[in-house]
Design a protein around this ligand. Structure first.
Ligand code: AMP
Length: 442
């Protein structure tokens, strides 16, 4: 091999990046469990036919291959289609409504760019088996609380409904198959602006008067109730769109009931979302600090599971893009920036004191304190302190001949640079108290 390298669009995450990623995943898991969601894990590889025929235009991005037995397999593209397969397969063992979360890698053969990878991690949360707008609201509330828990300063969730986009597309007079061009044009509104979208609509065969009507509809903005009133009035002749407005009203009312601040969501008739399987609510969360794309996306897909099971199982859910959250948090310096996992670093004064230092390290570990033990009994203390600092430890502990004789330990606070002699028997408590004090003071 000429050069040692990883595959384009697939990333290695070294420890510092991993610590932030783990913080993100743990936070999302905590919020999910606070909402009563349960974990699920399924394989990264599926039979190709499980994934095929569900993704619309994105189908071409699926990684497919043949295994040793000549079976046609594929890497999962997201965690939604595999969920549908799991639900169909285990329906008898699952109690509906079933709230599940899942975390793992997905694969898409996209052109890599900033924030867009070929291997990326998603964290999904779905409510399977409930058609209620309360389920939709729970998902939106969960995402809103998750982004707040991660420390995102300003984000907003754009809400729309498949049948509002459908109603807008039906204005064009094009049939359902041709309407795909209209969806795609609308979806690019933020990128192309009104003139660009107008051009695309005309190119898709929409007549100029209808194109103006569509453009006016997708630009409606304002308070959720006002936007919904206006959509209701303008789409009054379209039964499915009117029902969609009723559905969004119920979801918005439930969000208010759940205490989600009104500034956290907005109705955006221009939000189309790519995936073909959505049937009801669709949403994306965005932040002005990341104009490249959404932080997460989701919606209701009542018919997808029915493609595997014998009956429809209404479901609503979302996928956080861990890589996007990570990239944005890194750029905005949100969240903890730990340089290691250890709190304490036990130095070794010299070969004769090594045993005592080992005993101290194992005592700290037994007390639940993350502890590094020096591996260099012959190195000077200065060098060992440097290592402790590099590893992000808060305290370096020294057990020299004097300390051993007096029955205490020198504890150096690497943050403040101060040091103190602490009785050997009181070290664990002393460190515990210092940590509590330092989390209490900002
Ligand atoms: P989707 O499955 O397309 O609805 O995407 C859900 C979320 O996954 C998006 O909002 C992104 O945060 C993330 N995502 C999707 N595709 C990629 C990708 N190629 N690279 C990184 N993150 C992605």
């Amino acid at each position: 091999m000429a050069t040692i390298q990883n595959i384009k669009g697939m990333r290695d995450h070294l420890p510092q990046a991993m610590l932030l990623r783990q913080h993100i995943v743990t936070t999302l898991q905590q919020v999910c469990e606070r909402y009563g969601f349960e974990p699920l894990q399924s394989p990264v590889v599926e039979y190709a036919e499980v994934l095929e025929g569900k993704l619309g235009d994105d189908e071409k991005l699926i990684y497919r291959f043949e295994d040793h037995g000549g079976r046609r397999l594929a890497l999962r593209y997201d965690q939604t289609v595999p969920l549908a397969r799991v639900v169909a397969q285990y329906a008898g063992q699952l109690a509906f409504p079933w709230r599940r979360y899942a975390y793992g890698p997905s694969y898409r053969g996209e052109r890599p760019a900033r924030g867009r990878y070929r291997e990326f991690y998603q964290f999904d949360a779905d409510i399977v088996g409930s058609p209620s707008p309360l389920a939709d609201a729970e998902i939106v509330a969960l995402l809103s609380e998750s982004l707040a828990a991660l420390g995102f300063p300003d984000f907003v969730t754009l809400l729309n409904h498949r049948q509002i986009i459908g109603g807008i597309a039906r204005i064009s007079g094009l049939d359902e198959t041709a309407a795909g061009g209209v969806y795609r044009a609308i979806d690019k509104f933020d990128k192309l602006g009104a003139d660009g979208v107008r051009e695309e609509l005309l190119r898709s065969g929409v007549d100029p008067a209808a194109a103006e009507q569509i453009l006016a509809l997708v630009q409606i903005e304002g308070e959720p109730q006002a936007v919904l009133d206006e959509l209701d009035a303008r789409l009054a002749n379209d039964e499915r769109a009117v029902a969609a407005v009723v559905n969004l009203r119920a979801i918005v009312a439930a969000l208010a009931g759940l205490g989600i601040p009104a500034a956290r969501y907005t109705i955006a008739p221009r939000l189309a979302r790519g995936l073909a399987y959505y049937t009801g609510l669709v949403f994306e969360a965005i932040t002005p600090h990341w104009p490249e794309g959404s932080l997460l996306g989701g919606g209701r897909y009542d018919e997808l599971i029915g493609q595997f099971a014998k009956r429809s199982i209404p479901t609503v859910g979302l996928a956080f893009g861990i890589d996007r959250l990570h990239d944005v948090m890194e750029q905005l310096k949100i969240g903890p920036q730990p340089t290691g996992t250890a709190v304490a670093f036990v130095t070794i004064f010299g070969p004769e004191q090594a045993q005592a230092s080992m005993a101290l390290a194992s005592e700290l570990r037994a007390a639940g304190l993350n502890t590094l033990l020096s591996l260099e009994p012959n190195a000077g203390l200065g060098k060992q302190f440097k290592e402790a600092d590099r590893k992000g430890a808060r305290f370096a502990l020294v057990l020299g001949p004097d300390e051993l004789a007096q029955g205490d330990v020198v504890v150096k606070d690497l943050r403040s640079g101060t040091q103190e002699s602490v009785a050997r028997g009181a070290v664990v408590e002393w460190i515990g108290n210092s940590l509590n004090l330092s989390t209490a003071t900002p």
